[in-house]
Design a protein around this ligand. Structure first.
Ligand SMILES: O=C(O)C1=C[C@@H](OP(=O)(O)O)[C@@H](O)[C@H](O)C1
Ligand SMILES: C=C(OP(=O)(O)O)C(=O)O
Length: 436
């Protein structure tokens, strides 16, 4: 079990970059697989979750060449070219992989079986299975389709209209993909603006995806999808750990280059700004249909704030890290409307509270979030990841601002989404070492 040993209090300075965006990397490989022709994907995220997607697409008969770990060439097989897999498709720890793939596979003329780790088998799948069944899909799973493993029978789908009960880009994307294989026009209404990488990428490939505010339409393309030539922007969800660290370790000032700043993903940056952190967007540009900028952040005085409503979906994966920052802010920080945190890799409300309390934080769980009172002088100690990459990295950030040394156990999971996390922090001046 990998451990990270951290000595807090060393300021962070300099420039760095973060690996490619996880959400965009997953989608690029999946969508390139059903395009007609050869796609080139650069700055692909070479992390555990996206490697699961590559393995699954290979299992469906797609040739994917790794020119380098972050440079992929995908030989698209066209909309109707996927092949029946010979074995169960292993989605590893990745919710995005299993949920998007189920939508893609529900309308195929062959059977497939999807599974993952024990962690994936605990996460809810009824949110996709129920609407897909309404489209005519035949999907089996434990507890009537609530949990993986999932078995998908050959299916003919019909379009439908659906009001999503939760703001989830995975559910939306799953249904839009199913819509590409359904007869008629599928209409999806989302309660808030969840990340829109699926819409942007499929539109750029020529798919008939139309967006009207929070409503998205999908239907069967009348011509083949065009292949991609795409450089994946840096992952703002990975940048969040560095932004947080620089915000709470005195005298820090860093610049993170090439970060994707799609407005459906910038909630954490806006939250930090609301708490008083100075963050500058420099050199704004567009890269492969996504907005990108360099982000400069510096340490400063922080104040507590309240976050809820539609802002939550734009920073859902960053909320454990926001809790860490809130321990250093003056006054009370409240996070509400974030019940979705309970069904991620771990129950992130419970695990964030239990681990931060070990370092002396004043944090209370609520059914749909947490309440943090600050500022608190965090004390170094022994904490664990619970097998959750976001938690391992959030606790490392807490340790950087703490008094005395900290050990984060179970830290091998940082590579699920941010390979090079520890080395990036070391290069910025953090005092930490990794023990395998
Ligand atoms: O679509 C995506 O790429 C993702 C959507 C979010 O999940 P939900 O759709 O369950 O909110 C997020 O938590 C996950 O890390 C990636
Ligand atoms: C929730 C996450 O991912 P997934 O749902 O793809 O497992 C995450 O990366 O924080």
């Amino acid at each position: 079990m990998t451990q990270i040993h951290i000595h807090g209090g060393h300021r962070l300075t300099g420039r760095c970059h973060v690996p490619g965006d996880k959400s965009i990397s997953h989608r690029a490989v999946m969508f390139a697989s059903i395009a007609e022709g050869v796609s080139k994907i650069s700055n692909f995220l070479d992390g555990g979750d996206c490697r699961s997607t590559v393995a699954v697409m290979r299992g469906l008969g797609v040739q994917i060449d790794e020119v380098a770990p972050t440079e992929l060439v995908v030989h698209g097989r066209g909309l109707d070219g996927l092949q029946e897999p010979e074995d169960v498709l292993d989605c590893g720890n990745s919710g995005t992989t299993i949920r998007l793939l189920t939508g893609l596979l529900a309308g195929q003329p062959f059977s497939s079986f999807l599974n993952g780790t024990a962690q994936i088998r605990r996460r809810p799948m009824d949110r996709i299975v129920q609407p897909l069944r309404r489209m005519g899909a035949t999907i089996m799973g434990r507890q009537d389709g609530r949990y993986a493993p999932l078995g998908i029978a050959p299916g003919r789908l019909r379009a439908f209209e659906y009001d999503m009960p939760v703001a989830s880009a995975q559910v939306k994307s799953c249904l839009l993909l199913a819509g590409l294989y359904a007869q008629g026009l599928t209409v999806i209404r989302q309660p808030g603006p969840a990340r829109d990488h699926t819409e942007r990428m499929l539109q750029a490939m020529g798919a008939p995806i139309a967006v009207y505010g929070n409503t998205v339409h999908s239907e069967r393309p009348s011509s083949p999808l065009q292949p991609l030539e795409l450089t994946v922007p840096g992952d703002i969800s990975s940048a969040a750990f560095l932004l947080a660290a620089a915000s709470i370790v005195p005298d820090s000032r860093i610049t993170i280059t090439g970060v994707g700043v799609n407005p459906t993903r910038t909630g954490f940056v806006e939250a930090l700004q609301e708490m008083g952190v100075r963050i500058e967007f420099q050199n704004p540009r567009e890269q492969s249909g996504e907005p990108v900028a360099d982000l400069e952040v510096q340490y400063g005085e922080l104040r507590g704030a309240t976050f809820g409503g539609q802002q939550i979906v734009t920073m859902i994966d960053e909320l454990p890290t926001l809790a860490v920052v809130a321990t250093q802010a003056h006054g009370r920080t409240v996070v509400k409307d974030a019940g979705e945190l309970r069904v991620k890799e771990t129950d992130r409300i419970a695990t964030t509270v239990s681990e931060l309390r070990k370092m002396g934080a004043r944090i209370e769980p609520t059914p749909d979030g947490f309440i943090i009172d600050g500022p608190t002088r965090l004390m170094g100690g022994t904490v664990e990841s619970h097998g959750d990459h976001r938690l391992a990295m959030a606790m490392t950030v807490a340790a950087l601002a703490a008094q005395g040394p900290t050990t984060v156990y179970g830290a091998e999971v940082t590579a699920d989404s941010f390979p090079g996390f520890e080395a990036t922090l070391q290069a910025l001046g953090a005092a930490l070492e990794v023990k395998p």
